[in-house]
Ligand binder design. Structure first.
Ligand SMILES: CC(=O)SCCNC(=O)CCNC(=O)[C@H](O)C(C)(C)COP(=O)(O)OP(=O)(O)OC[C@H]1O[C@@H](n2cnc3c(N)ncnc32)[C@H](O)[C@@H]1OP(=O)(O)O
Ligand SMILES: O=C([O-])CC(=O)C(=O)O
Length: 466
């Protein structure tokens, strides 16, 4: 990996970035800002060349099915940070999840020993380069330095009704922090377009830095006494766990895995796409990612992780009440009841994937390593044994296999994190890292306002009657 940067790029980043960390740190490593500044000119030139020389090259056709059916497989969005293969699953900057686990810096500092640091994946997504442990640690320090919330945010969160869904609260909390946006101020001050990405990066780092305290405040307010205790001697995930009220090294590791695997899933998923769309209007990263959070809060997307736990609890209480054992047979019975009622089996199916989600598989491996005898894990495993067969028999579902949401709640539950209405908030903290890494490149590459063409039903009919 190329960790070298040009002198002029380094000088540019030193001159333009206002980050307190970038100004004060001991300059023995190449910082995130310097790494990015070195990459931008070449990437801009490459994209301009692609447009100039091959702009009219056709990369696909669109059918009426795709036009009506949510644009499945329509290739119409540029995405730097990750790519999804229907069979293999996600690659973050070309690396599969096991490859990330093998090469990214961990908390212990010994690569491969434990789960990757979220900061190391953030660095990878932004730059396409595997950071050193020192670089990952420098990002930890930078995020901690930016984590202080504007004074009005916590009082606002404290004033929200406890019964308001935690995702609604998260979106409100992030929107409220937007008062500090450097991007919107720079735009209002009239900075030139070629500098947008520098100000976007300021906001992106601050949004990622501030989300854990917003999220933890919501958790502690809704379910406990509202107290949030930080530990800035830890990494991003460890500190987040302390703020949530958990102090268990095994839970810290789970959170590192959780936060890494939920970051990015190429561009077309609803939360990433919403962030990209809102950002294309030059709304700042706070507003853009609030849009992403609102998309994540839907039950066909991120909210499915709470729905999975709800489904399992309903299944258990039904069979406990009937004095029946929860086993493959009773799970099958309950699954058919769900399907016959016209409802979806949460945690199964996917718009792109056609095999078991590797994010499901790595969580299963975590469970086998850390909590093999957990009864709920065993139940989820039994569901995994029977559900693909049921969904194949049902006949409608394009992908009968589990997705990421099918496994995440069970792991949290094991550690006493049973408030499943909150689960999507954890997803929301993680997804910021992927969606906003891409937003940096959207602005660095000068991508335009997103505005596809819609058509009327009459126009579609006119096409087939020609
Ligand atoms: C992080 C994430 O967002 S991962 C996804 C999380 N969401 C869930 O787990 C919710 C359950 N799953 C689903 O609803 C779907 O599989 C989705 C939304 C994820 C993908 O939707 P699509 O791409 O439209 O799926 P697909 O092409 O297989 O849909 C065909 C039919 O099967 C149905 N179907 C798909 N998955 C399921 C499921 N898990 N249970 C029951 N029916 C399903 C669809 O509702 C659709 O029915 P319709 O023709 O009556 O409208
Ligand atoms: O890719 C999708 O459409 C949904 C998904 O799994 C994600 O966003 O993580």
């Amino acid at each position: 990996m190329n960790r070298m940067i040009s002198k002029s790029a380094s000088a540019l980043s030193r001159k333009t970035l206002s980050s307190s960390f970038a100004k004060t740190s001991v300059r023995s490593i190449t910082t995130l800002q310097e790494t990015l500044a070195a990459q931008v000119p070449e990437k801009q030139a490459k994209l301009a060349q692609l447009k100039k020389e091959h702009g009219s090259h056709v990369i696909g056709n669109v059918t009426i099915d795709q036009c009506i059916g949510g644009a499945r497989s329509v290739k119409c969005m540029l995405w730097e940070t990750s790519n999804l293969d229907a069979e293999e699953g996600i690659r973050f900057r070309g690396l599969t999840i096991p490859e990330c686990q093998a090469v990214l810096p961990t908390y212990s500092g010994k690569t491969g020993d434990g789960e990757p640091l979220l900061e190391s994946l953030f660095w990878l997504l932004l730059t396409g380069e595997v950071p050193t442990k020192e670089q990952a640690d420098s990002l930890t320090a930078e995020l901690h330095a930016r984590s202080t919330l504007p004074a009005h945010v916590v009082p606002l969160l404290n004033s929200l009704p406890k019964q308001m869904h935690p995702m609604t609260q998260l979106s409100i909390g992030l929107m409220a922090a937007q008062t500090e946006s450097k991007f919107s101020k720079a735009y209002a001050d009239g900075v030139p377009k070629k500098e947008y990405h520098l100000h976007a990066l300021e906001d992106i780092l601050s949004v990622v830095a501030q989300l854990p305290e917003i999220a933890a405040t919501i958790y502690r307010n809704v379910y406990f006494d509202g107290t949030v205790d930080k530990d800035l001697s830890l990494d991003y995930s460890g500190n987040f766990c302390r703020m949530l009220g958990y102090d268990d090294p095994s839970f810290d590791e789970l959170m590192r895995l959780y936060l890494c695997i939920h970051t990015d899933h190429e561009g077309g998923n609803a939360s990433a796409h919403a962030t990209h769309l809102v950002g294309s209007t030059l709304s700042d990263p706070y507003l853009s990612y609030s849009g992403g959070l609102n998309a994540l809060a839907g039950p066909l997307h991120g909210l499915a992780n709470q729905e999975v736990l709800k489904w399992i609890q309903e299944l258990k209480s039904k069979f406990d009440a009937e004095g029946k054992e929860v086993n493959a047979e009773s799970i099958t019975e309950f699954a058919w009841e769900t399907l016959k009622a016209g409802k979806v089996i949460p945690g199964y199916g996917h718009a792109v994937l056609r095999k078991t989600d590797p994010r499901y598989t790595c969580q299963r491996e975590f469970a086998l390593k850390h909590i093999p005898d957990d009864p709920l894990f065993k139940l989820v495993d039994t569901i995994y044994q029977v559900m693909p067969g049921i969904l194949k028999e049902h006949g409608k579902v394009a992908n009968p296999y589990p997705n990421v949401d099918s496994h995440s709640g069970v792991l949290l539950w094991h550690y006493g994190f049973t408030q499943y209405q909150y689960y999507t908030v954890l997803f929301g903290v993680s997804r910021a890292v992927g969606a906003l890494s891409q937003l940096y490149w959207d602005r660095a590459l000068g991508l335009p306002l997103e505005r596809p063409k819609s058509v009327t039903p009459e126009w579609l009919w006119s096409q087939v009657q020609k």
